[in-house]
Structure formats: structure tokens, C-alpha cells
Design a protein around this ligand. Structure first.
Ligand code: HEM
Length: 425
């Protein structure tokens, strides 16, 4: 414990944008349950407190449970304008949460997701084939047929588009409509930003409306002509005579696009950068692929996308000796918890692909709202990293990586690389 006043958490501070990890370390040491005037809520940064909060069956995920503050008032106003956002499974409490989650769960189970491996593999390798062809075209006729180094953006050209395309295919929407979702998911992601000019917000909400209209048509089609896809499952799912109504169905579809897209892309982008910065770890993984699953857990632990998730207390709750009242808004620091040396030991700041307890990371959350898409995210990352290790020879970063930080999500939006892309193994 240092004698200087603890730093104040401020997600708008440029040093937070650059790297939040030093700030997290200082908060964990000096003020692990800090009240933020800016957020009108508590920022919790130690591992054990974050786990206790997420596993507490009495906490709420709904902003309606909070004692009103200027921040919650703005959110409630936005929810009134866009009721769909409030019906997302992420913000529901039981019994609605348990019921909705049960109706969605089957296609996200490990065995159902494993069955998609071949299709995910095909999409990822097809994306690399296109990039390899770009290298041959740029290299000119003398290089025709030969593999030459190619410059591309590992995030923009590979990690970012693929999760949306793969999810659209899983959902069962026609392949030619896939690109529309890229625009729509960007609209949805931006529409939740609290500081957005009015004209941009209008544009984003128009995109969201278009997306929902399109999905409603698709749902209608699948109702009449069921197929072996996720949309057909969701429109027909029934437990104890209950089904998802239309508003809930649209809300969950939009949630799934949102929840799955950016974090998966960030896992692949941040993970690749971390491996190029730790060449010994890259070599360990290259020579022993049985480490892949653990390595992905470790990359998520070390620099995963989710910085925070939010809960509301419904009774007085004590964390690290600080008593929070009922109705308190609490920001649970997932990324900070994942580096807490009290839990992970003295080497918590470094990447170790063979770290024995890496799978205990909190990037997928914990408790009742733990990530529904974790098997899908892991499958995509496994196939992506295998493809990167197998086909990107001499991979090097050749430009400045660009990181975008919002309070809840942080990750690479651009990673310029050079590599020789070999043919499929
Ligand atoms: C690396 C990728 C991913 C990460 C790090 C991640 C992380 C998370 C986290 C932390 C939560 C809990 C939120 C909370 O506690 O309030 C969550 C929930 C959720 N995730 Fe993921 N996610 C990823 C990928 C996916 C994918 C691919 C999908 C599906 C397409 C998905 C669907 C969901 C859903 C539906 C929920 C809400 C579950 C509930 O509220 O019961 N996620 N995710």
C-alpha cells in the first residue's frame, strides 16, 4: 500500500486508452473498490472481488435495479427510445434470463459448435487464399504461382470480417447477404456509445432497424421452411410450451451479432500481436499444438477484449472491506482481475502459453451470465491461430498497431503485417 493518493479511474484519460494495465495494478493495490464520481458507481479491480460479485446470485444485470443517478437516467432514456436493447439476455434477471437462455442454449453447446469446425476452417483458409492471391498479383507475372511476401492488415482483412461471416452462415442467412451485416453490426456497436453526435446516432439506429427488418423476414422464412441452422432453432425452440416472442427473438439475434463479433476479432488480433512480441511463446505453440487450447485461454487472460462488465447490488454487499449499499452500480474489472498477482502469482503480467491455470481467466465472465458463445469463440480462435501458424511464414508486424479503447471493450483495430502465405496444408 503506497502513501500517495490512489489514482482515479477515468476511462477517457489518454493513458487509459494507451494501456490500462498500470492503472489497474495501482487500483488493485491502493483502492480496489473505488467510488467513481464520473461513472456514479464502484470500480472493482481485484480478482477475488470480481469473482464474488459475478457469482453472487442476488446481483442484478438490469439498470432498472439501480438507485437512479445521472448516468443511469441517460441509459434509461436511451432504453425508452430503443426498447429492443432492454430485452437482451445480457440485461435480464431471472426468471426471464434463465428462460431466454435455456431457449437459446442448444446450438451453442460444445458438441454443436464442434460440428462447425469444417466450415470455419474452410472460411478462414479461403480468406488466406484471397490474400495469397493478392500477393501474387502485386508480385507480377514473374512470381506467378510462387508464394511471395504480402503486406496486409491482419485485423481488417482477416480477424474482423470472419466472425460476422461465420455467424451469418451459422444463422443460415444467404451468403450473398453476409456483407450487409458488416455494416449493420458496426451500426449496432456504435449506437451503444454514450457520446455519439445525434446525426450519427440516427444513422446507427436506422442501420439497426434495417437489420431487424431483414432478420424478421428471415425468421418468417425459417418458420415456414425450417432448415438445419441457428435461426430455425431459435424460431422453433420451445420449453414447457414457451417460445421466444418476436421482440425477444430480434433482441437476442442483435445481441448475438454484437456479443460475438468484436471480442472474437480482438482475441485473434491481440493474440497474434502478443505472440509476435513473445517469440519464445510463439515457437512453443508452433512446436506443440496440443498447447493451443491453453494458449488461447492465456491470450485471453493476458490481453483480452473485455475490460468490465456491470452489476447492480440488490442488498448491502461487502467487497475488500468496503460496504456497498443496495442499488449500487458496480463495474467488475475482468481485465484487471486477469492480471491480479494475488491470484495468478508474480508473473501475472507476462504471456506463458503453458500456464497451468490459464483456463481460470475471467474474459468469458462467470456465474449465470457467463458467455454463451465461448465454445464458438474458442473454435474460431483455434482454427485462426492454427491457420496463422501453418500458413503465414516469416510473419512480422510492419506498421504501428492501432488500438481502440472504449470503457468496456479494448482491442486492435489494425495490425499491419507482412508474411509469405503458403498454400493450404
Ligand atoms: C473472445 C470472444 C468472446 C468474449 C471474450 C466474450 C465475453 C463475454 C462476457 C464477459 C460475457 C458476460 C457478460 C456479463 O457478465 O454481463 C458474455 C456474455 C455473452 N456472450 Fe460472449 N464473448 C465472446 C464471444 C461470444 C460469441 C462468439 C457469442 C455468440 C455468437 C457470444 C455470445 C454471448 C451472449 C449471448 C452472452 C450473454 C449471456 C447471458 O447474459 O446469459 N459471445 N460474453
Amino acid at each position: 500500500m503506497s502513501t500517495a493518493a490512489p489514482p482515479q479511474f477515468n476511462p477517457f484519460d489518454p493513458s487509459f486508452t494507451e494501456t490500462p494495465y498500470e492503472l489497474y495494478a495501482a487500483l488493485r493495490d491502493d483502492d480496489p473498490v473505488q467510488y467513481s464520481e464520473l461513472l456514479c458507481g464502484w470500480v472493482v479491480t481485484r480478482h477475488d472481488d470480481v469473482v464474488a460479485l459475478l457469482r453472487d446470485p442476488t446481483v442484478s444485470s438490469s439498470v432498472h435495479s439501480a438507485t437512479p443517478t445521472p448516468v443511469t437516467e441517460i441509459e434509461l432514456q436511451r432504453l425508452a427510445e430503443q426498447p429492443r436493447a432492454g430485452r437482451t439476455v445480457v440485461m435480464m434477471d431471472d426468471p426471464d434470463h434463465a428462460r431466454t437462455r435455456r431457449l437459446m442454449a442448444t446450438p451453442f453447446r460444445a458438441s454443436a459448435i464442434e460440428a462447425l469446425r469444417g466450415r470455419v476452417h474452410e472460411r478462414m483458409h479461403a480468406a488466406l487464399d484471397v490474400l495469397a492471391e493478392r500477393g501474387r498479383t502485386v508480385g507480377g507475372p514473374s512470381t506467378r504461382g510462387a508464394a511471395v511476401p504480402v503486406d496486409f492488415d491482419l485485423v481488417e482483412d482477416f480477424a474482423y470480417p470472419l466472425p460476422v461471416e461465420i455467424f451469418s452462415e451459422m444463422l443460415g442467412v444467404p451468403a450473398e447477404d453476409g456483407p450487409k451485416f458488416r455494416h449493420w453490426t458496426q451500426c449496432v456497436a456504435r449506437s451503444v456509445d454514450p457520446v455519439l453526435p445525434d446525426d450519427e446516432r440516427d444513422e446507427c439506429l436506422a442501420g439497426l432497424d434495417e437489420m431487424c427488418a431483414y432478420l424478421a423476414d428471415q425468421a418468417e422464412l425459417k418458420r415456414a421452411h425450417p432448415a438445419d441452422d441457428l435461426m430455425s432453432h431459435l424460431v422453433h425452440a420451445e420449453i414447457d410450451g414457451e417460445r421466444l416472442n418476436d421482440l425477444d427473438l430480434m433482441s437476442q439475434l442483435v445481441t448475438l451479432y454484437m456479443a460475438g463479433h468484436e471480442p472474437t476479432s480482438v482475441l485473434i488480433g491481440n493474440g497474434t500481436l502478443a505472440l509476435t512480441r513473445h517469440p519464445d511463446q510463439l515457437e512453443s505453440l508452433r512446436s506443440d499444438r496440443s498447447l493451443m487450447r491453453n494458449a488461447i485461454a492465456e491470450l485471453l487472460r493476458h490481453d483480452g477484449p473485455n475490460q468490465f462488465t456491470r452489476r447492480i447490488t440488490t442488498r448491502p454487499t461487502t467487497l475488500s472491506g468496503v460496504e456497498l449499499p443496495a442499488g449500487a452500480v458496480v463495474y467488475a474489472g475482468l481485465a484487471s482481475a486477469n492480471r491480479d498477482p494475488r491470484f495468478w502469482g508474480d508473473d501475472s503480467e507476462v504471456v506463458r502459453v503453458a500456464r497451468p491455470d490459464a483456463s481460470k481467466h475471467l474474459q468469458f465472465g462467470a456465474g449465470a451470465h457467463a458467455c454463451l458463445g465461448s465454445h464458438l469463440a474458442r473454435l474460431q480462435a483455434e482454427v485462426a491461430f492454427d491457420a496463422i501458424l501453418d500458413r503465414l511464414v516469416g510473419l512480422e508486424v510492419v506498421g504501428e498497431p492501432v488500438v481502440a479503447t472504449r470503457m468496456f471493450l479494448r482491442g486492435l483495430t489494425s495490425l499491419p503485417v507482412r508474411a509469405t502465405i503458403t498454400p493450404r496444408p
